[in-house]
Design a protein around this ligand. Structure first.
Ligand code: MF3
Ligand code: CO
Length: 291
């Protein structure tokens, strides 16, 4: 419960500025949306300038690790080697791989191949083959600040069908990103993602979505893609979240491997693709922090 701040009190965002010169008008605007019945963000997911700077430093490592993987990934490599690279690169740059030991997750990265939807375990037994598509999902902690993004990689020549899935999924994220602006709604983004996937004959996984991030790995809001324009949480400056749709070539249904309770697969065995970006809502639009 927050106590009502006086105009001259220090702002709740810890900027050090007076409330009236910081978030007072912002709070009044949010209260107006809330009174209309909109879902509005709470203060604890609004980042101040120092926090944003810290999260961006973390994201530099995340992006560098993904760039390195992009240069070195190849047929014949095991996903265990990718895990080693992510651990080595991240720690060398002063960061910690966020997945490692997160809720018992045993590796530094998620590597999801073909019909694996997400949370694929790196393994010495998974040797990348020409024609595979793989999502490498990297997340970093630096000085307590979190970053998270993932990319798809095509190993050698892949079928036109898989290539299109990978490309359309990237377009889904780009179209969703265009909708990210203050005083819009997460549903504006979600519908853009969903509509593009659907128009291409694909489906979007319903059960797993993006998330707020920055001071913790997973914060509010939960970010789905089966939402509609004008629905879901109001987007406001200082919010940071991920856009990370999992797009399936076939049906949307998925299952979790009961052997480890982590790895997620498509029910119909058809391929799935995912790209993930981390985005900041700014005063006049958005800024991609990690990609
Ligand atoms: N990067 C994944 C995400 O988008 C991490 C899942 S949790 C993990 O949230 F433990 F598997 F890393
Ligand atoms: Co994520």
């Amino acid at each position: 419960m927050s106590v009502k701040l006086g105009r001259n009190d220090p702002c709740w965002c810890k900027s050090g500025k007076k409330y009236k010169a910081c978030h007072q008008a912002f709070d009044e605007k949010i209260a107006m949306y809330a009174s209309k019945g909109c879902i509005v963000p709470s203060h604890d997911i609004i980042k101040n300038a120092d926090e944003i700077a810290g999260i961006k430093e973390s994201a530099k490592i995340n992006v560098a690790v993904l760039d390195y993987i992009e240069e070195h990934i190849h047929a014949g490599m095991t996903t265990e080697e990718i895990d080693k690279i992510v651990y080595e690169k991240t720690t060398k740059m002063g960061g910690i791989p966020a997945p490692l030991h997160y809720e018992g997750y045993p590796y530094s990265v998620c590597t999801s191949v073909n019909e694996q939807v997400c949370h694929g375990f790196p393994s010495k037994d998974v040797v990348l083959q020409e024609g595979d598509i793989i999502n490498v999902d990297v997340s970093t902690i630096l000085n307590g600040y979190f970053s998270d993004s993932s990319r798809m990689f095509c190993i050698g020549e892949v079928s036109p069908e898989k290539k299109k899935l990978v490309e359309v999924t990237k377009e889904c994220v780009e179209l969703g990103l265009k909708e990210v602006k203050p005083w819009g709604f997460l549903g504006d983004m979600g519908q853009a993602v969903h509509d593009h996937a659907f128009a291409n004959g694909y489906t979007v996984v319903r059960e797993i979505g993006g998330h707020g991030i920055g001071l913790q790995f997973h914060e509010d809001p939960w970010v789905g893609y089966n939402s509609k324009r004008g629905e879901e949480m109001l987007m406001v400056p200082g919010m940071i979240f991920t856009i990370e749709p999992m797009v399936n070539m076939g049906k949307a249904d998925i299952y979790v491997d009961s052997k480890n309770d982590w790895e997620v697969y498509t029910e119909d065995g058809l391929p799935s693709a995912q790209w993930e970006i981390q985005v900041l809502v700014t005063e006049d639009g958005h800024e991609v922090i990690s990609w």
